[in-house]
Design a protein around this ligand. Structure first.
Ligand code: OOG
Ligand code: MG
Length: 262
């Protein structure tokens, strides 16, 4: 076993068995190697029967960079087992120390196989939806460096996607409200996502191209959280609303199980 695969094995086992791991000693791998570890860990999921459904971007907002002490855009893979049904119950036992964050999700209608401009990006998209991501770092206490979190597939653990629309016009500056049991816990704007969530698609196209990868039509792209993330607790009703009135993308919700996280 080479060492890329041994890091991947550790992180994949942590996710699979819902058991945190110590952060790796500093400086053991650079960013390129971190992405190689990420890729090897996804291969392990695929070998267990999961399949890729798209990608997610991370640290596209200042709020997230500040919360996690990291200052570079990252990306990771989404797989089918991460999908949570809209309005459904999220079983906290599947997670180590889950957090939720408000996002915007795109679905593509054409293969993305070259770097796109912002003007071109819309042509590659089928629809947009309000969404929430559930992140769950495999590292103890959610502590990591940029390289660590990339190797850990950017803390990807779950996502909930609301109703699709083609209303791209309300995207640039829509209000974002994350509510728990009817109370606002995070409030922001879609403008916090790289100034405009479509820029996440542009960045995704560049990052994929740099890695020599393409993204098939029908893939999801999670644009990155507009606000800081919130820790999840048992028996919560969690809702994310994007926009209001005629400029609304709508809302998306889930409930957490009465059982605590692992
Ligand atoms: C890393 C994932 C960041 C986002 O939307 O910015 C992310 C983390 O915060 O654990 O998903
Ligand atoms: Mg996210």
């Amino acid at each position: 076993m080479n060492d890329i695969d041994s890091y991947a094995a550790v992180l994949d086992a942590a996710a699979h068995h819902v058991q945190d791991v110590a952060q790796f000693p500093a400086g053991q791998f650079d960013l390129a190697k971190a992405y190689a570890i990420q890729r090897a860990s996804i291969e392990r999921r695929v070998a267990r029967g999961e399949h890729r459904i798209g990608i997610k971007l991370g640290f596209t907002s200042r709020a997230k960079m500040i919360q996690m002490g990291v200052d570079n855009l990252i990306w990771g893979w989404l797989t089918n087992t991460m999908l949570v049904e809209e309005g459904g119950v999220v079983d906290l036992k599947r997670f180590i120390h889950p957090r939720v964050e408000p996002e915007v999700c795109f679905v593509t209608r054409r293969t993305i196989d070259a770097p796109l401009t912002a003007l071109e990006a819309v042509d590659y998209l089928e629809a947009v939806a309000p969404a929430m991501e559930i992140i769950d770092s495999r590292y103890r206490n959610f502590k990591f460096t940029l390289e660590d979190v990339v190797a850990d597939n950017c803390s990807s653990a779950g996502l909930v996607v609301g109703a699709w629309s083609r209303d791209f016009s309300s995207l640039p500056n829509a209000g974002v409200r994350l509510q728990v049991d009817g109370r606002d816990v995070q409030v922001g704007s879609t403008a916090a996502i790289l100034g405009h969530p479509l820029r996440s698609v542009v960045q995704a196209s560049r990052l994929l191209h740099q890695s020599g990868l393409s993204l098939p039509a029908g893939s999801l792209i999670m644009a990155g959280a507009a606000t800081a993330a919130e820790a999840l607790a048992p028996a919560q009703h969690v809702q994310c609303r994007i926009g209001s009135g005629s400029g609304s993308l709508g809302s998306v919700a889930f409930t957490t199980s009465t059982q605590e996280a692992a």
